[in-house]
Design a protein around this ligand. Structure first.
Ligand code: CA
Length: 244
């Protein structure tokens, strides 16, 4: 049975979520503050399969909770509930490490579908890690220089170091890699990676790039793989030496 942690301070909404998720066969725990959620996750990092995290919470808000979770190496798939009409909150949530989002008020059926999607992704992940060596699946790995991205395991390997990626970080990286050598605009990335068409502050993408550079680049101040294209956006170069 999949376990869902719901972090929501509005009692009626939390109760409604619990009721409906339990009806779908999930085991649900509710906390009404971010601090309590962090405690629960710290006590047993493997206790939950999905977290539903509200942005507006008393005390620590959802963004802080999200980044603290990721900072502490807690990579449970997390869906954030953001306020309608604040598209920048969506990007702020993703930048903090969220995997998905819904704006309030939301349709319960959609929420359940999103949770299923996150669980499915997690299942694939676990399965690909436990597959016996005799029948290896075609690995979804991209290598460049002394680095590689494993899109199945959501891992970035740089020499002997391994960095876990959130789904969104992996999506951004995949998008850049798919356009290897070509400039991609922030607006296009917003549309195609985040599915955001609203009038969003495209600079929010830059937070993602800063983090990816921190993993990928030997000197993040002088990037060689993830380049800034002035006035446009970014360009990924798998083999930067070829053009120099
Ligand atoms: Ca709330």
């Amino acid at each position: 049975m999949s376990k869902v942690l719901v972090v929501e301070d509005e009692q009626h909404l939390a109760d409604g979520l619990r009721f409906n998720l339990e009806a779908e066969g999930y085991q649900v725990q509710v906390t009404d503050t971010g601090e309590a959620a962090l405690e629960v996750l710290k006590a047993d990092p493997a206790a939950f399969d999905v977290v539903v995290l509200d942005v507006m919470l008393p005390g620590k808000d959802g963004f802080s909770v999200m980044s603290e979770m990721r900072g502490a190496g807690q990579f449970v798939p997390t869906l954030m509930l953001t306020a309608r009409g604040h598209p920048n909150d969506v990007l702020k949530g993703f930048a903090a490490g969220a995997d998905d989002y819904l704006t309030k008020p939301f349709d319960l059926a959609i929420l359940i579908a999103r949770i299923r999607g996150l669980l499915r992704r997690r299942e694939w992940l676990t399965r690909s890690m436990n597959t016996p060596a005799t029948s290896p699946p075609a690995p979804d790995v991209f290598k460049f220089g002394d680095k590689s991205v494993d899109f199945d395991r959501l891992e970035l390997r740089v020499r002997d170091q391994t960095f876990p990626l959130t789904l969104m970080e992996a999506n951004v990286l995949r998008y850049l890699i798919q356009h290897d050598g070509k400039p991609v605009s922030r607006k296009k990335m917003l549309e195609e990676v985040w599915n955001l068409h609203e009038d969003t502050d495209t600079r929010a993408i830059d937070n993602f790039i800063v983090r990816l550079r921190r993993y990928i680049e030997d000197d993040p101040v002088k990037p060689r793989h993830v380049l800034t294209v002035r006035g446009v956006g970014y360009r990924f170069m798998s083999e930067p030496d070829k053009e120099e």
